[in-house]
Design a protein around this ligand. Structure first.
Ligand code: C5P
Length: 300
């Protein structure tokens, strides 16, 4: 096999409850992940050494050295297999860079699946999930896809069956936000307000809405503890969220650590109209309709 192509989805967190800061610098979470139809493609080609090239929107903002999570994924997989392997990776980006939609994690997950195939390793998904968890908190979910409740730092996953399809619009901002910085701002805000940080719990009403495929109920239950921090760091997002609500979205939330904003729509037509209206209102760089859940990293 000389080339393998893998398609891997973005995610939105329909509930992101951030618990206390742990000794290892991470936070215990309840993180309800939902994979949506905004996809990066990872193409893995035979090569002597490990390299990456990034194409598509904002490609110039993605590092191509060891700071690239896909390079780290290829190295980690080769190490796990106990041999030296090479691969030329080409990443075609559609997921916004540093946008709170797990784009880097998606590329790492896609690389694991692609190299497992290219190198003929035949490792089972469980092995890939373990390597994924070491690479980043969101990488296991990018492999799994669908909808899942994440605990621990987000890497321990329980799959959730949902009823039907949800329709979303993602309002993409200019420039990204650093995840670590948003978590640090969340800690700072909580300390400044003297908040007692509760142990995170999954919302029963949210899980019921997902299971029932009830978009209206889900819209009312969307919750993200990182949102106040993201709004502190990027005040303009308040206007983006407000515009979506005024335009009739069933729910409006910052996606993960932002700055992408996610809007839930009643159906595909409303999502399409909402995307056009958000761009028209001048509250985002671009707006992308999508649906979920969709499957995780898969060979195409
Ligand atoms: O796991 P990952 O490398 O994607 O996390 C990026 C950063 O996000 C971490 O360095 C940490 O600052 C923050 N984080 C956190 N708690 C989590 C997940 C991420 O504080 N559960």
């Amino acid at each position: 096999m000389s080339s393998v192509t893998v398609r891997v989805p973005a995610k939105v967190n329909v509930q992101l409850s951030v618990g206390p800061l742990r000794d290892d610098g991470y936070h215990d979470l309840v993180n309800v992940f939902h994979a949506v139809s905004v996809f990066d493609e990872v193409i893995a080609k035979e090569s002597e050494s490990i390299s990456v090239r990034v194409e598509g929107e904002s490609a110039d903002q993605v590092p191509v050295d060891d700071g690239n999570l896909a390079i780290q994924a290829a190295r980690a997989l080769a190490k796990h297999a106990g041999r030296t392997y090479g691969v030329e990776l080409v990443i075609r980006k559609a997921i916004p860079v540093a946008g709170g939609m797990a784009g880097g994690s998606a590329d790492a997950a896609g690389t694991l699946v692609a190299c497992n195939e290219l190198w003929g390793l035949g490792l089972p998904r469980e092995d890939l999930m373990e390597i994924a968890a070491d690479l980043g908190s969101d990488v296991p979910f990018s492999l799994l896809g669908g909808t899942a409740v994440g605990t621990g730092r987000g890497e321990q996953l329980a799959e959730l069956l949902t009823g039907g399809r949800f329709h979303w619009v993602f309002a993409i901002a200019d420039g990204g936000l650093s995840t670590a910085r948003v978590y640090a701002e969340c800690d700072r805000l909580r300390a400044a307000l003297g908040e007692v940080v509760a142990w995170p719990q999954a919302s029963d009403a949210l899980l019921a809405a997902l299971k029932a495929g009830d978009a209206r109920a889900l819209g009312a239950e969307l919750a993200n503890d990182l949102q106040p921090a993201a709004l502190m760091l990027r005040a303009s997002l308040a206007r983006t969220l407000e515009a979506g609500r005024e335009l009739g979205a069933l729910g409006a939330i910052v996606s993960g650590s932002g700055p992408t904003c996610a809007f839930l729509a009643a159906d595909e037509d409303q999502a399409r109209e909402l995307a056009v209206a958000l761009v028209g209102a001048g509250v985002c760089r671009t707006a992308v309709p999508a649906h979920g859940p969709v499957e995780g990293a898969s060979i195409v």
